[in-house]
Design a protein around this ligand. Structure first.
Ligand SMILES: [Zn+2]
Length: 181
């Protein structure tokens, strides 16, 4: 089922998600609906708040060709798509600036500094604990989505100059979605 994607300005994007218990059939269905919604919108990641929910759940699916060959080889053991319940980043290493976008910010881009590599622990859809080490674009997506689950948006990581550059676009987007700023 395709879900509504909540856009910048809607309050739910600033709320903190709540950890889930074991993965019920209902939660599995939600993760599948989020993936379907994300694929249709041509995104690579989606967090629960973006569909108006507060479960600590995000989905990620990096299409082939989005990563450097070196990063793709490093990330190869991590099977796509990822359905991550209660994800927490437990280690970060290095940093790099790269382009980033978000389905809740149509028409807005930006270039954001993120850790180059992260270690993330989460529970999979069989309620089994998992730990993965990801690099590059996938590491960026994991940081972006876990931020969403904490009510943090990628524009929060923009420099003052970038924020100024996007200020008019962001204000318009927020106002169109019931926001006050
Ligand atoms: Zn996003």
């Amino acid at each position: 089922m395709i879900l509504k994607i909540f856009k910048y300005g809607e309050k739910v994007l600033r709320e903190k998600a709540l950890r889930t218990g074991i993965v019920t059939d209902e939660l599995k269905a939600l993760a599948d609906d989020m993936l379907e919604t994300m694929h249709k919108a041509k995104g690579v990641g989606l967090a629960a708040q973006q569909v108006g929910r507060l479960e600590r759940l995000c989905v990620i699916d990096i299409p082939d060709g989005c990563e450097t060959d070196e990063d793709a080889a490093f990330n190869a053991p991590i099977a796509m798509p990822l359905k991550m319940f209660n994800p927490e980043i437990i280690a970060r290493e290095g940093s790099e600036r790269d382009k980033e976008g978000c389905l809740s910010f149509p028409g807005v881009g930006g270039s954001i500094v993120r850790a180059r590599q992260v270690v993330c622990q989460y529970m999979d859809e069989n309620s089994m604990p998992q730990i993965i080490t990801a690099r590059g674009f996938l590491a960026r997506a994991i940081q972006h989505e876990t931020d969403h689950l904490d009510g943090v948006l990628y524009i929060d990581h923009m420099t003052a100059v970038e924020r100024l550059e996007y200020a008019a676009k962001l204000k318009k987007l927020s106002k169109g979605n019931g926001g006050t700023r």
